[in-house]
Design a protein around this ligand. Structure first.
Ligand code: NAD
Ligand code: MG
Length: 363
């Protein structure tokens, strides 16, 4: 039986994992649960008779201490946002494998994260549905020369004017039920931008060999193009339980034991292009992956500041992209090769984005 620890246990990823373990009676031993200012964790920990950590503020080292005392075969990082990076590095430093939903860890940590993983002999297994799919496809087709990431297109794909978008409309995702931050990112396609960068670092592909296609049904999770020119895809129902359990079990749990199989008697699959003008944040993310250095960090932090401000009702929807693009006009051409340097760059980008908020004629 594999032992696991769940970070962000009360969030969308965390609860999907816990509901699957309980509901499907999966063979995992839960060795610890962690959440941030969410007391729901106490009841969850009672269910599994395991220790928990309820993080409240910036107490340095508390997660590392918790993980030292409660080790597991693999740790699921389902923390939302940039706070996930330090957590991922804590897990890696203790030589535990990482099932990584927190894409921000990869976008911010970049090559530093992967060199730390290699130095500690740790595997990073992606949980993001598209990357979980690519991880499986690349094991089957290691000679693949192009990645195609699918995007649902979010709630505004067919809407030309987003001037008056409300928070409620932006939170109404057509196919996935997720946390608030990633749901807004799915509306602006900044999420797909983060995922393009994530794929670049995870699989070592340059921006020019990663494509995005809009696929409204979220059944094909991604594709690879192999040297013969053929494309191969993985199709599963849109349910995050699958990539989470696949990462935690190393693909050993059968999909049929978790979800109803796809029904091919009535299944439409469509693929469409996306427009750079309509989704400038996805376009900007490609530029960030091409340039690397501090650009992915600036992209992630500016977007996080802007999205939180939108969710707090402080800026209109269309300002999110403007704030991010303003920050990306800065000079981010320096390499961060330690956590301290990454954190410095994160703080600089955050400060610039906050200045952008202050200049905004807010609502
Ligand atoms: P969420 O907001 O629903 O949950 C976040 C969890 O993280 C909560 O348990 C919260 O208590 C905890 N948390 C927040 N800040 C923390 C901090 N500073 N320290 C420790 N814990 C903290 O978010 P989510 O939708 O579950 O997303 C989690 C991560 O997974 C994100 O990086 C997201 O991009 C990624 N992801 C989510 C989905 C999805 O379906 N929800 C899909 C793919 C990837
Ligand atoms: Mg995804």
């Amino acid at each position: 039986m594999r032992s696991i620890i769940i970070l962000g246990a009360t969030g969308s990823i965390g609860s999907t994992c816990i509901n699957a373990i309980i509901g499907k009676k999966l063979d995992f031993q839960v060795k610890g649960l962690v959440s941030f200012s969410d007391p729901g964790i106490i009841a969850l920990a009672r269910t599994f008779s395991c220790p928990y950590l309820l993080m409240k503020g910036k107490k340095d080292g508390e997660l590392l201490e918790f993980l030292k005392e409660n080790r597991a075969d693999i740790v699921l990082n389902g923390i939302a946002g940039s706070a996930g990076l330090k957590a991922s590095l804590d897990v890696i430093s203790l030589n535990m494998d990482l099932a990584l939903a927190n894409k921000e860890s990869i976008v911010l940590g970049g090559s530093f994260l992967f060199s730390e993983a290699a130095r500690n002999g740790v595997r990073i297994i992606p949980v993001d549905s598209e990357h979980s799919c690519l991880y499986n496809l690349l094991r089957a087709f290691p000679d693949a020369r192009e990645l195609v990431i699918t995007a649902s297109g979010g709630p505004f794909y067919n809407r030309s004017n987003t001037d008056d978008v409300t928070i409620g409309e932006a939170l109404n995702h057509p196919t996935w039920k997720m946390g608030r931050k990633i749901t807004i990112d799915s509306a602006t396609l900044a999420n797909k931008g983060l995922e393009v960068i994530e794929a670049g670092f995870l699989f070592g592909f340059p921006a020019g060999r990663i494509r995005v296609t809009v696929h409204r049904q979220s059944v094909v999770h991604s594709l690879v193009k192999v040297s013969s020119g053929a494309y191969y895809a993985q199709l599963t129902p849109p349910d995050m339980t699958l990539p989470i359990i696949s990462a935690l079990s190393d693909g050993k749990v059968s999909i049929d034991d978790i979800v109803e199989p796809l029904d091919f008697t009535n299944l439409d699959l469509t693929f469409r292009s996306w427009d750079k003008k309509q989704f400038p944040l996805l376009d900007a993310a490609y530029m960030c992956l091409e340039r690397k250095q501090g650009w992915p960090i600036a992209f992630n932090m500016a977007n996080e500041v802007a999205v939180n401000a939108f969710l707090d009702g402080r800026i209109p929807y269309n300002r999110i992209a403007e704030i991010v693009l303003d920050v990306l006009d800065g000079n981010w051409a320096s390499e961060a090769s330690s956590l301290a340097e990454i954190e410095q760059m994160m703080a600089a980008a955050k400060e610039l984005a906050c200045k952008g908020l202050a200049r905004c004629s807010c609502i």
